[in-house]
Ligand binder design. Sequence first.
Ligand SMILES: Cc1cc2nc3c(=O)[nH]c(=O)nc-3n(C[C@H](O)[C@H](O)[C@H](O)COP(=O)(O)OP(=O)(O)OC[C@H]3O[C@@H](n4cnc5c(N)ncnc54)[C@H](O)[C@@H]3O)c2cc1C
Length: 275
Amino acid sequence: MNNLLLAQLTLELMPMATYTSLGRDENGIWEGLHIDRQIFNAQLLRKTMEQDVPILFNETVEEFIQDAERITGIKTKSGDLYATYIIDASGKKAIAGKKLNLHRKFFSPPLLCWTSISGGIVSYPFDPHVAYFIPGDDEWTWLAPQPPDQCAWTRLSMKGDKSLSPPAILKDYPIIGEVHADNMRWRMFQPVCREGIVLCGDAAGVLDPAAGQGIFNALWSGTMAAISVVSCIQQPEAEAFHLARYNQWYTEHFESKVKQLREYYIAQGLTGLTV
Ligand SMILES: Cc1cc2nc3c(=O)[nH]c(=O)nc-3n(C[C@H](O)[C@H](O)[C@H](O)COP(=O)(O)OP(=O)(O)OC[C@H]3O[C@@H](n4cnc5c(N)ncnc54)[C@H](O)[C@@H]3O)c2cc1C
């Protein structure tokens, strides 16, 4: 996905080109912000390098190094790396959760999600200036137009639909690049931290993209993870307290998002998508 719709824009498409906003506050209707992944990644790297942080590219975490109950480092092909604390922000790869065999808690049935971009759109069959959430029977489609002639789309189904086809409304236009598919079953590891390691973002828990919360959650939990690690290092005698506090904060935050998304689905008539 090249562009991410950060704050959700709006999104009900019943008859074409009518929509309702997902939210508003004293500043008006919430607007959408697209982040270009390449630009975002480049800026993030530049900022990190400015802080003289060493960066290793193309490394694979083979396993974690443990000293009794504490995680003390990682094994890679280039050698062992040790750290007082590790923050796992590996996204859906969820390296720590999988390698440390943490318990996975599920909140939905398996949900197949596939996404790509259609191009060559001479004349949009919908307003290209807004994004659309289109609920269907046990499935939904999300359209995020990218004028002048492209539209990013995301579809989700609980029926095991393997066609990975574009939305019907875009079927006459070529798909640009690859179609990425994944299981976006709502899930969270428990616990999301242990002595020596803290999980954040998608590495800790995943909701499907309809939540529109992934980037926000990654930034917020990343910040909270960093604060918790600093607290653990500064007050080693209170480490258990800081870890328990992070775990509780993450769990409550995630479960409240599950509740909101479930209510949103029910409001959209998508009751089959929830358990
Ligand atoms: C189709 C789709 C649409 C979405 N739309 C939205 C949206 O509109 N709004 C929204 O907020 N969220 C959206 N999301 C969710 C959002 O993309 C994620 O929740 C968010 O990117 C998670 O951030 P993260 O930093 O935890 O993980 P990621 O963004 O996945 O970053 C993890 C990074 O870790 C790197 N990595 C993995 N393993 C290693 C390793 N061994 N060494 C070094 N690096 C490694 C990966 O390459 C990657 O760069 C969408 C997701 C999908 C699939």
